[in-house]
Design a protein around this ligand. Structure first.
Ligand SMILES: [Zn+2]
Ligand SMILES: [Zn+2]
Length: 253
């Protein structure tokens, strides 16, 4: 099969012909229908400091955001069957360590990230543990199905405790209108945030218009500087300032 492989410790990647994986016990083989490019993949492509220190073992097929069709299931797999459309949950846990056994799989001692620690999704086929192949309802097509991982990041940032009242009826500032910031704006509006104020660089015209489209009540040019931004937010909130602030820009303070 074809795969995008990070083979060398330098910028770029190789398009290679590699062996097609098979589903072992408790695993499923998924034929990739759609993938999306995460910031993580850009780091790996650029081979920046983060990638150089984070990627332990090369070569590796990278990419982790995907939607695809199950084409093979290994022994013991029950939750999905051949023909199901699935999205990849990107955190691969051992299920046996102390943290996993006590209901805290998100901090598994042996956590592996798909496409960073194990072969990922920029390939015609990818092998996933059953738990990581999440079945999609028919109305979720491949384009949306591929974006569930960043959507999950946005959802968790908006409601880290699964609690709508943290943001419902609140004035919320979102700094940064990149893909995940925009998803956060849409989530905030759908769960009833009172006012969503976005800051983004004025030069990012597309992001400005997308922020409007997904429901931002006010979009401020981050280039105006911290003091002016704070003043604008206070003016929009009866002098109270924001109830909640979500940092989605990744820019240095
Ligand atoms: Zn991602
Ligand atoms: Zn574990």
């Amino acid at each position: 099969m074809h795969a995008v492989v990070k083979r060398y410790r330098r910028p770029g990647a190789e398009l290679e012909e590699v062996a097609k994986p098979t589903a072992g016990k408790g695993e499923v083989l998924v034929e990739t229908r759609m993938t999306s490019i995460c910031g993580t993949d850009v780091h790996i492509w650029d081979w920046n400091h983060w990638a150089q220190t984070r990627l332990k073992k090369l070569p590796i097929i990278f990419g982790h955001e995907m939607c695809g069709e199950v084409v093979e299931v290994g022994k013991g797999v029950k939750s999905v069957k051949v023909g199901d459309m699935v999205s990849a949950e990107t955190h691969i846990v051992d299920g046996t360590c102390y943290q996993c056994r006590t209901g805290r799989m998100h901090i598994c001692r042996d956590m592996k990230i798909l496409g960073v620690d194990t072969d990922g999704v920029f390939a015609e086929y990818v092998k996933l543990p059953e738990m990581n192949a999440r079945k999609l309802p028919p109305k979720v097509g491949p384009r949306l199905g591929s974006l569930l991982e960043p959507l999950g990041n946005a959802t968790f940032t908006v409601m880290p405790n699964d609690c709508i009242s943290d943001v419902k009826g609140k004035n919320v500032v979102v700094t940064g209108a990149g893909p995940i910031g925009l998803m956060a704006v849409a989530i905030l509006k759908s769960v009833g945030a009172k006012q969503v104020i976005v800051s983004e660089l004025g030069s990012e015209k597309v992001r400005f218009s997308l922020a409007k489209k997904v429901g931002a009540d006010m979009i401020l040019d981050a280039g105006m500087g911290t003091e002016a931004l704070v003043k604008s937010v206070k003016e929009a909130t009866d002098g109270n300032g924001a109830d909640v602030c979500l940092e989605m820009s990744g820019a240095a303070v």
